[in-house]
Design a binder for this molecule. Structure first.
Ligand code: FMN
Length: 184
């Protein structure tokens, strides 16, 4: 099959061959003010110690500022049922964003950050390090606690991913579900 070149600018990728799992990063500011922000540049990068990273945010954004101040953050895995709210929520900021989504924030087990209770699974992370790359801050965090809805943990292998029902960012306003699970 003939192949054609495509631009290296990700904004122009249609389709994008780099989908990203959609998560919500939840934090507190040093003043105790909660904040939530969706991210799809999220990745596990080390098994032992268990390190994840997220990227793309301006160092002046609330999430990045909060993480540097409080040295921790939570990853909340988005379920397809809240996809619309997650895409929409960036029209507001701070407290108003939380109010408009009506997401319920609850305390984390081990870190000074809230969890988004509407999400089925969470990772609690402490800041490992951060690095400016391009215009954004790459944040590395070590997972120190993980939790998931009990019914998903207890489900059989055929249904557990369907219940987790995660979504991938493809391009602006476009996402895909992950529920067509196959075994090799
Ligand atoms: C589905 C989705 C995925 C996003 N992924 C990222 C991302 O990976 N990195 C990033 O910096 N911003 C991402 N954004 C944009 C941020 O969520 C947005 O800039 C937000 O306002 C940051 O909020 P904050 O200033 O409260 O941290 C994404 C937005 C949406 C709706």
């Amino acid at each position: 099959m003939k192949k054609v070149d495509f631009p290296i600018d990700k904004h122009l990728w249609h389709p994008s061959p780099v989908p990203g799992i959609i998560v919500i990063i939840s934090t507190y500011g040093s003043n105790g003010e909660p904040n939530i922000a969706p991210k799809s540049w999220f990745q596990m990068i080390s098994m032992n110690p268990p390190i994840v990273m997220f990227a793309g945010g301006n160092p002046g954004n609330t999430t990045e500022k909060n993480v540097i101040e409080t040295k921790c953050f939570a990853i909340n895995f988005v379920h397809s049922s809240i996809a619309g709210k997650v895409f929409e929520c960036v029209n507001w900021h701070g407290r108003e964003r939380i109010e408009k989504t009506e997401f319920k924030l609850v305390g984390a087990a081990r870190i000074n950050a809230p969890l988004v209770d509407d999400c089925p699974a969470h990772l609690e992370c402490v800041l490992h390090s951060s690095q400016i790359i391009g215009g954004g801050l790459v944040v590395f965090g070590e997972i120190i606690h993980a939790s998931m809805r009990e019914n998903i943990m207890n489900a059989d292998p055929e249904t557990r991913y369907k219940l987790l029902d995660q979504i991938l960012f493809l391009e602006n306003g476009v996402f895909a579900g992950i529920n067509d699970i196959s075994k090799v």
